[in-house]
Design a protein around this ligand. Sequence first.
Ligand SMILES: NC(=O)c1ccc[n+]([C@@H]2O[C@H](COP(=O)([O-])OP(=O)(O)OC[C@H]3O[C@@H](n4cnc5c(N)ncnc54)[C@H](O)[C@@H]3O)[C@@H](O)[C@H]2O)c1
Length: 320
Amino acid sequence: MARYLITGIAGFIGSSLAHGLLTRGDSVRGIDNFATGKRENLSDIAKQIDFREVDLLDEAALSDACRDVDIIFHEAAIPSVPKSVVDPVTSHRANINGTLNLLVAARDAKVKRVVYAASSSAYGETPVLPKHEGMPSDPISPYAVQKLCGEQYMKSFYRVYGLETVSLRYFNVFGPHQDPTSQYSGVLAKFCSAMLRGDSPTIYGDGEQSRDFTYIDNVVAGNILAATAPASQVAGKCMNLATGKRITLNQIVEILRDLTGYKGEVTYAPERTGDIKHSLADISLAQKAMNYTPHVNFEDGLKKTVAWYRTVSSTVATAR
Ligand SMILES: NC(=O)c1ccc[n+]([C@@H]2O[C@H](COP(=O)([O-])OP(=O)(O)OC[C@H]3O[C@@H](n4cnc5c(N)ncnc54)[C@H](O)[C@@H]3O)[C@@H](O)[C@H]2O)c1
């Protein structure tokens, strides 16, 4: 049985990953500083995990957290384009300094593999679709630069120190437990909770921007594949983790009208700095390298997501 460490375990993806690993019977340690994560995301598994309130910038605590760990899922970050535009220095510290600290601690503790939450924002505003890993990166926002820098560090630590690293470029992950309450939340979390409350969803731009929205269960499954695939297939690689399909925000609002019963207007606001127009992944590399297939399609994922937001309070959607 492998021993796992999840950074950012109190967040949306980290806590979902923890639940997925525990279901398999794996042993899970987790760290978080609650910058955006929620204790409620861990309430039902608190007794089954070794949780430590640790900041990625605390090198001593990080090195302690890496002790006796086989595999790390590095999810902790300040995961927001607009936040990085407002305050690039704070994002930089968490996303770049924090990632380097983690890699050093992992190397020194002789951890076998680090699986890193990279981001499709690394591709930038290239008009070529679908986006494949061989394309030149062209990050726009400070957040995108930071996530790309993390990937480069992953690759470097594999080449220089032999620490197995795998970077997974997520494309707009959504699902239950994504926090809709912050102004920086993911768009689907905000749409679902607003429309269920009977409030108008806000679209920045004309709504024709499209994304490869990926349901959380696909991301959890992809991470577990990246952690368990033979090193010869995945180590030192960077792979898209998505569905290979895209949908516009206007189309999503129409589907959500059906699922939520919302009959009101949609609010259109000016485009946000650093946002990209279209995003679509080529997932053939992950399919080939680690046999990845997205098992939950967008519509089914959205139904499960709406069902979950329906069960939680209209403003605070965190209890699991
Ligand atoms: N959600 C997406 O669509 C998406 C897309 C691309 C990449 N990602 C990446 O996936 C990862 C997880 O994203 P998420 O959506 O679950 O976000 P989230 O905000 O729910 O989770 C991030 C977690 O990291 C923790 N954290 C932040 N700074 C920390 C620090 N200095 N020390 C310790 N913990 C810290 C937060 O408290 C939070 O629990 C991030 O690295 C993000 O960049 C997410």
